[in-house]
Design a protein around this ligand. Sequence first.
Ligand code: NAI
Length: 247
Amino acid sequence: MVLKDKTAIVTGASRGIGKAIALTLAENGADVAVIDLNLEQADEVAAEIKRMGRRAVALAGNVADADSVEDFVTKAAQELGKIDILVNNAGITRDTLLVRMKEDDWDAVLDVNLKGTFNCTKAVARIMMKQKYGRIVNIASVIGLMGNAGQANYGASKAGMIGFTKSVARELASRNITANAIAPGFIVTSMTQVLSDDMKEKLKEQIPLARLGTPSDVANAVLFFASDAASYITGQTIAVDGGMVMQ
Ligand code: NAI
């Protein structure tokens, strides 16, 4: 129970990687606020956490909207009493080649992935600064490190998250708040379901560990950053990608 008496907010937590993160934090002792656009699915995740004996609250929220973020952060803090851990996981893709990319494709991805991370971190940082304790974990992507044709918007948003993490880590370190990022490779979720079997086979050839990742692979890295075992680590990005990108 490395997170006993800790509380967490996880965004985009109703399915996929966010759901695995919320459940893993709860399994290790944390009470969790499950945030998502989809309240019905978020409710199911919160119910699963309550069955483990933890406190949980499901809240509808749009990370791209600062007012919505203020609202769910306030409610989560009221419900859980404090916020020790923030996991910025909500994210979207709108893949297309650069010359076909519409301004709206660019704005939508940057608004959710990068501005959403800014909105949530800003709102939660105020609480963490008063507490003089906090763990911020941002779910970026290997695409933010290595790029990918057809993902100029997504790659920019994820590289932006990595730069944001480093600045926030420097700014909040004196308040005992760490900020780190995780760069997952190809993880089996609805986001990667769109890939054909042929594409998945080709991908595996680029992955030294020769398999796609699971949401749990990412959740375990979040657990490490959120725990006191990582108290002397800040501003870092760790790739959870089967060895695809070696820095
Ligand atoms: P997913 O599409 O299965 O889940 C994303 C969740 O975020 C959904 O529940 C969705 O409702 C929620 N969401 C979307 N926009 C939101 C908003 N504006 N406000 C609140 N919630 C919102 O995606 P997946 O695969 O679980 O990805 C989670 C994170 O991991 C994303 O940031 C993604 O970019 C990142 N990632 C995923 C990889 C993969 O291979 N699946 C690889 C690298 C990074």
